[in-house]
Write a protein that binds this ligand. Structure first.
Ligand code: F0G
Length: 464
């Protein structure tokens, strides 16, 4: 998944042929598709744009479960609450996906590639949504799914999905960054385990996530908005959005490119610091590794650990950071941080006016509000905020906001009961070592005896 020479993540580049779509009318005939039985590719909100992600060999390769049938809502009542003129705020409601988050857009594409290469076992590290989506797709495609989650970090809605869909769930003593490092080590450096990696280091994931932008354009009669506002965690989504617009421009399908705002949590603000404090830019692919190294050295020296109530984006070493910088440059983008209080107030505001989302998604609306107050976003501009995950992913956060009761803490302390369900699938608690993880996965820990792993921090490369 990364370049053998420089260690950077791979990217997919197409040579567009004569059959590439050159006008939007191309896609419109697909709208009449009524259900999966009637033409499952046209029914999918991802694959109805398949000519814009033509990496598959034949359409038989495509794995789809009817993902991406999401809606661009016009949030008329909410708009004035954040300083926009009525009719100017739109919410792209990705919580309506089969597993309840935007991840299904990318997972359908990565599973398609996994099928192309004959993978049998798929794995990811996750703050929750990727694992829920992976577990769902793995169950439906009869592959073995393994998910790595950080201890005590994941919200119960997401955990319950991974367990319910039957994925082996390894609860590593560490956080998301530790989990991602481990799963990458095992997928890349222990090929004997036969793992196909499903995180957004996988460039096929990002191909599918481009479709969120295509659907926004479709819902707006192909007129780009002025702004796309998205929460950033591992920075896969914002990277995919930038790539989508780069390619649409190349194909002549759009003239105007919207501006991008990536919103991070104050407690997990690496991209914000990189851009706004260290002045790091894409710089035609020559990202300043010395400055980035200085930022990571500083974080390492202070033993920085991310912390935010928006657990989905509690990530301090975003693997797609360089690609995010490319998206920011192409879309004339900005980065802002918002604190947990702002996140929760805006999540509640979204819900108060009829649309649900989890805390991380609330960050996009909080960020839009901040940019409107700063005068960066104008009152009469068209703004699309991405609601990345469904409200029911993290009901504990909502209940705590409204009542002050910390149900998660209470549940963490509660003694564990014996489980009796015929399909009970308990998470397995594992030490943060390769040998312990391999053994928990049913492998032989002797496989890795004496091996040296690439765990070093390499700014701009694959391993930071
Ligand atoms: N919003 C939600 C609800 C998420 O679950 C995530 C990421 C993001 C935003 C950030 O997207 O990583 O592409 O910048 N969740 C990942 C996961 C990390 O494991 O579910 P990103």
């Amino acid at each position: 998944m990364s370049c053998g020479k420089c260690g950077s993540l791979l990217d997919i580049k197409y040579e567009w042929g004569d059959d590439a779509p050159r006008d939007w009318g191309f896609f419109e005939k697909r709208w009449a598709t009524k259900g999966m039985h009637d033409g499952k590719l046209d029914f999918s909100g991802v694959w109805r744009f398949r000519e814009l992600m033509p990496f598959y060999r034949t359409t038989d390769d495509i794995v789809t479960i009817g993902e991406g049938r999401t809606v661009l809502q016009q949030a008329t009542l909410l708009a004035p609450k954040i300083g926009l003129a009525p009719g100017k705020l739109f919410l792209q409601y990705e919580g309506l996906n089969p597993s309840g988050s935007f991840k299904d857009n990318g997972m359908t594409a990565a599973f398609t590639h996994a099928r192309m290469v004959g993978a049998r076992k798929v794995a990811c590290a996750s703050t929750g949504n990727t694992s829920a989506s992976l577990a769902l797709f793995a169950a439906l495609s009869e592959l073995t799914g393994v998910v790595f989650i950080g201890s005590g970090k994941i919200s119960f809605g997401k955990l319950s999905q991974a367990l319910d869909y039957g994925a082996m769930t390894l609860q590593i003593k560490g956080d998301f960054d530790d989990c991602l490092r481990r799963v990458r080590q095992i997928a890349v450096e222990v090929p004997e385990m036969g793992i196909y990696l499903m995180n957004s280091v996988n460039p096929f994931r990002l191909e599918g996530q481009k479709s969120i932008m295509f659907r926004i354009l479709e819902a707006r009669d192909w007129n780009p908005p002025d702004w796309i506002v998205v929460p950033g965690g591992n920075m896969g989504n914002c990277s995919a959005f930038g790539k989508a617009f780069m390619e649409l421009k190349e194909l002549g399908l759009i003239k105007k490119v919207p501006r991008l705002a990536v919103i991070v949590a104050q407690g997990a603000n690496t991209l914000h610091r990189a851009v706004n404090e260290f002045g790091i830019t894409w710089n035609n692919g020559e990202v300043d590794c010395i400055k980035l190294g200085a930022l990571f050295d500083e974080m390492n020296a202070s033993h920085y650990k991310p912390h935010t109530i928006a657990s989905a984006i509690e990530i301090s070493r975003p693997v797609n950071l360089p690609k995010a910088l490319r998206a920011i440059e192409f879309m004339d983008g900005v980065v802002r941080e918002v604190d947990d209080n702002d996140i929760m107030e805006h999540r509640a505001l979204v819900a108060r006016f009829g649309f649900g989302c989890e805390p991380a998604s609330g960050a996009s609306v909080a960020g839009a509000h901040k940019l409107i107050r700063e005068g960066v976003i104008g009152r009469n501009q068209d703004v699309v905020c991405i609601l990345t995950g469904h409200e029911l992913k993290d009901p504990n956060a909502t209940v705590k906001y409204h009542t002050g009761l910390d149900l998660k803490a209470a549940q963490d302390l509660a003694p564990r009961e014996e489980v009796h369900g015929l399909l009970s699938n308990r998470p397995v608690l594992v030490e943060d070592t390769i040998a312990a993880i391999i053994s928990a996965m049913g492998g032989d820990p002797k496989l890795v005896e004496g091996r040296v792993f690439k765990t070093d921090t390499k700014p701009g490369g694959a391993e930071y």
